[in-house]
Design a protein. Structure first.
Length: 153
């Protein structure tokens, strides 16, 4: 487990990889985003995408899954928000998705010495290096137990 003190501004790392299948796309979209570009491969051929694509919310869900399940997990206490979410290219069946996280800012909590706030840029790319999704994720992280500072310090 990595704590607030283990994170360095500018640090960039690959979080994990996810293989996106047609069945993944169809299952997610049928429940959460039943647009023809996500649930009907034939109809999707006649859209601006010229084929089946994953819903943007599906791609975000994949980033969350990778953040939570892959090695090098961080001590997240809570998510505080997402900013500047951008859907740049579609995710397609057969894509191998790679999530990269880069810390862009961090600060200790003023009121709670056992935690800190970290802002990361998240980038989800496909096997060709094309950026599909990017956004900023602000999280509340636990500090290393032995590094806690009292309010009087």
């Amino acid at each position: 487990m990595r704590y607030f003190e283990d994170i360095t501004v500018g640090q960039r790392e690959t979080v994990g990889v996810y293989d996106l299948s047609e069945e993944d796309i169809l299952t997610y979209a049928r429940k959460w985003d039943p647009h023809e570009t996500h649930i009907d491969p034939e109809a999707a051929q006649n859209t601006v995408f010229k084929g089946l694509t994953a819903a943007g919310t599906h791609l975000i869900a994949i980033t969350v899954r990778l953040l939570v399940t892959c090695p090098a997990q961080v001590s997240v206490l809570a998510g505080l928000g997402w900013d500047e979410v951008r859907f740049l290219k579609p995710g397609r069946p057969g894509d191998r998705l790679t999530l990269v996280r880069q810390c862009v800012d961090k600060r200790p909590s003023v009121s709670k010495p056992d935690r800190g706030i970290v802002k990361n840029r998240l980038e989800l790319s496909n096997q060709d290096g094309l950026l599909l999704v990017s956004y900023f994720d602000t999280i509340l992280m636990a500090r290393r137990p032995e590094a806690k500072i009292t309010k009087s310090n």
